[in-house]
Design a protein around this ligand. Structure first.
Ligand SMILES: Nc1ncnc2c1ncn2[C@@H]1O[C@H](COP(=O)(O)OP(=O)(O)O)[C@@H](O)[C@H]1O
Ligand SMILES: [Mg+2]
Length: 222
C-alpha cells in the first residue's frame, strides 16, 4: 500500500451517539500515526473503521485508490489478513490455543495448507524467538503474564507480513518495562521493515517517534 485515506468519516451508534464527525485522515506508507484524545473521543471507533473492523455511517476509506468500506466481507477479510495487522488492548488471544498456535493462526487462515503446517509452525517459532518467548510457546494465554501476552499478540500481528499495524491502547494494560519494549519494537519494525503504525493511545511517550499526531476531541480532529 502507498496510502490509506479516511474521507469525511462519521459514525453514529444506535441511541444517537455520535462517535466521529466528518474525520479526514491520510496515512502514508511507513508513517507512525499516533491518535491521542480523552476517553470517549473516538480513538477506538476510528481505528476500527480504518482497519475495516467496523463500518462508518458516512464517509469512505480508500486503500490507495480503491474504496474499501463497501467491499464484501470476504474481500475485507483478505485485506485485514494480508495488508493489516492488529494489536488490541486486551490482546484477544484465543484461550484454547497455545502461544505458538495463536501466532500461527493468521497464516493458517491465509493459506490453509495442511502440507505447510510445519512451515507455519517454524515461522511462528522464529518470531517467538525474536521476542524472547520461545520457551513459553506451548503455554496457554491464561498461563502468560500481560507482557508475554502482548508479545504473542505482536508476533501474531506480524506473521502475515503486514504493511500497517493498528494498535489500540497497546500499552494500556502492561507495565513500564513491557511498554518500553513495545516502543523499541515499533521503531525497529518501522525502520527495518517499513511497517506503518496507527496507534490510539493516552501514552505521550509515543509522541517522541510519531511521524504524525492526531488529536481527537468528541469525535473531531483538533
Ligand atoms: N458499540 C457502541 N455502542 C454505542 N456507543 C458506543 C459504542 N462504542 C463506542 N461508543 C461511544 O462512542 C464514543 C467514542 O468511543 P470510542 O471510540 O471507544 O472512544 P475512545 O477509544 O477514544 O475511548 C463514546 O461516547 C462511546 O461511549
Ligand atoms: Mg478506546
Amino acid at each position: 500500500m502507498d496510502k490509506l485515506i479516511g474521507r469525511d468519516i462519521s459514525k453514529e451508534y444506535p441511541g444517537g451517539i455520535t462517535a466521529l464527525k466528518s474525520v479526514n485522515i491520510e496515512i502514508h506508507k511507513g508513517d507512525i500515526v499516533v491518535v491521542m484524545g480523552p476517553s470517549g473521543s473516538g480513538k477506538t471507533t476510528l481505528i476500527n473503521i480504518l482497519g475495516l473492523l467496523d463500518t462508518p455511517t458516512a464517509g469512505n476509506v480508500y486503500l490507495d485508490d480503491r474504496e474499501i468500506t463497501g467491499l464484501s466481507e470476504k474481500e475485507k477479510c483478505v485485506i485485514m489478513n494480508r495488508t493489516f495487522g492488529f494489536i488490541f488492548q486486551f490482546f484477544y488471544l484465543i484461550p484454547e490455543l497455545t502461544a505458538i498456535e495463536n501466532v500461527m493462526l493468521p497464516l493458517w487462515i491465509k493459506e490453509r495448507s495442511y502440507r505447510k503446517v510445519r512451515d507455519y509452525y517454524r515461522r511462528a517459532e522464529e518470531l517467538l524467538v525474536e521476542f524472547n518467548l520461545s520457551k513459553r510457546k506451548d503455554a496457554y494465554p491464561s498461563q502468560l503474564s500481560g507482557g508475554e501476552m502482548q508479545k504473542v499478540a505482536i508476533c501474531r500481528s506480524l506473521i502475515c507480513s503486514p504493511e500497517i499495524i493498528f494498535a489500540d491502547e497497546p500499552t494500556g494494560s502492561i507495565d513500564k518495562e513491557s511498554s518500553e519494549m513495545f516502543f523499541n519494537f515499533v521503531q525497529l519494525l518501522n525502520k527495518k521493515k517499513g511497517i506503518g503504525f496507527f496507534i490510539g493511545t493516552h501514552n505521550e511517550k509515543f509522541l517522541q517517534f510519531a511521524t504524525k499526531v492526531v488529536y481527537l476531541n468528541q469525535g473531531e480532529i483538533e
